[in-house]
Design a protein. Structure first.
Length: 72
């Protein structure tokens, strides 16, 4: 789920924002502390790793079931 800042940034990149809105958005991003940015990056990394581990687990279970069917 995207935050309002991310949505506004995408709209800015698509040219849907006026110059005043873009200046406001840039100042909002600059005002974010490094801790806030670090937390967001960390959350995205953890989310990506969680999905990859889940996918790996499902693939491993599928492989094991296939192997059992072939042997038995």
């Amino acid at each position: 789920m995207k935050t309002t800042t991310e949505i506004r940034l995408f709209e800015l990149l698509r040219g849907k924002f006026s110059e005043d809105d873009s200046k406001e958005l840039v100042s909002e991003i600059k005002s974010m502390t490094q801790d806030d940015l670090a937390e967001r990056i960390e959350a995205k990394i953890i989310s990506a790793l969680t999905w990859r581990l889940l996918f790996f687990f499902i693939a491993q279970v599928g492989f094991t079931i296939t192997l059992i069917k072939l042997m038995g």
